[in-house]
Write a protein that binds this ligand. Sequence first.
Ligand code: SF4
Length: 577
Amino acid sequence: GFLTQPQLNDHLLHRLHDLQTRFRHIPQPSIAELAEELQLPITQVEAVIDFYAFFHRQPRGQTDILFSNCTSCGDLALMQQLCDRLQVEPEQTRADGRISIGQASCIGMCDHGPSALVNGIPLTSITAELIEQMAALIESDTPVASWPENWFRVGNHIRKEGLLLSESFEPGSALKSMRGRNRDQLLEAITASGLKGRGGAGFSTGMKWQFCRDAESTTRYVVCNADEGEPGTFKDRILLNSHADEVFEGMTICGHIIGATQGYLYLRGEYRYLLDALNTTLQRRRDAGLLGANILGEGIDFDIAIVVGAGAYICGEESALIESMEQKPGIPRIRPPFPVTCGFRNQPTVVNNVETLAAAANIILRGHEWFETRGTWQSRGSKLLSVSGDCARPGIYEVAFGVTIEDILHDCGATDVQAVQVGGPSGSLVGPDKFSHCIAFEDIATGGSFMIFNHTRDLLDIIGKFTRFFAHESCGFCTPCRVGTTLLNNGMQKICSGHGTAHDVDELARTAALVSRRSHCGLGITAANPIRDGLKHFPQLFEARLLHQEMEPEFNLDASLAEARKLTRRDDAEAHL
Ligand code: SF4
């Protein structure tokens, strides 16, 4: 039988989301009840609660606000303003239980300026005035449902349409176009198109599907990775919002080709507000005979259910995502075996990015020749870029592979550019000397994030923020990443605050090399990229911030004795080191 949404309501993550919404935390007695009901070890339920940022053991406020701390959709000064105004400490719930305020990693609203999740719903374009109005509504106990609707408006901001976005797509059209072609021919069309994974890694989609189809098993799965958590990325939000049929159709086609009857879309918790609309689209497709048993009377059986994540960046890694779908903490698996042979429930599984699946549906509909009209030979087709930061027109730009960084900066109205972070913190920090380079798998690859920083920005501080992001999002499974990202973060914060020396920079470079070489998964392997690129392309920024002495200890002994001096009421020169 197919798994559709009602059955998936029993998924541990969904049950925890419900409890969190209802009680504003996960009450202790519910943990044992849930474990028994779902027949899971109690330790597994507890581990899941503790792993995901959106679940809490202690009650959050009636209104729970999580400010994004991303460099593009975050502004923590606004968070502090609201905390001051409401007399609440960050990450604490006010004594009257009315409000709690905290931080979240990028929430995918980078084209909207400072944003936050209010009881899980994105509130965008926050200003100092809006903070005052929010504070008044919270103090007057106005439920979030009665707050002005336009505060929660999320636009698409499509600035440039290319191969994919400019075509209209009739639901079912790609499926109908499969008639008369067998599974080999369909796979051949995908392979011939040269489509590569749009998540950034660039693995051949045709090859991935082929490996999965060839794997020994009677059960296979298709998973759409809609967990885009890379800071600065929001393109999947637009695809899921306005092109969901293409994504679902791509999944269905993949299922038909590889011999899967069940697909899952793993939706990041920050996009939970899209869930109802996505489920409506799925139901509409079932009603139209485009999902379920005997699709279009062609004997194809396939259905899709949605699993909603809960604020863990690491779940974007495909094996961590599968663990999460299996109701466990999202800890990346040891690979090989790869998901194509041993994935969800240890069965062969294709995990593809949202954009990849939308492109696949269009390739089946329009032919691989259509796809090849754009891009370069090694990077065929187009790429959706999420452009944010210091430019006149942030938003979605669908560009042909091979476009230069310079061209994109020109298109979006960016001037006085100091640097661009292509591909998010795990990607590349690029300075003007590289602006003539291209967006392509053979040059600068990207999952879609394109963050622009002009000369008013403190680039060192931004590198520090990216480093802190990785330290925060490390799942803690392997030592090089768990300890290494924290050491990198400490080192960067020391340098940023003007206490670093040349010795600290050497240490930073040494630790960075170790973390990238020894970590278990992509998060650790790429965590030091901002530091690596910073040291390589912007060494003068580090140099200018250093103390010019041999070494300054990280621990300030004299400051640590302040308490003792206070107790002994001594503050003379002798009491100092
Ligand atoms: Fe977890 Fe980091 Fe190790 Fe990946 S590299 S498994 S995120 S600790």
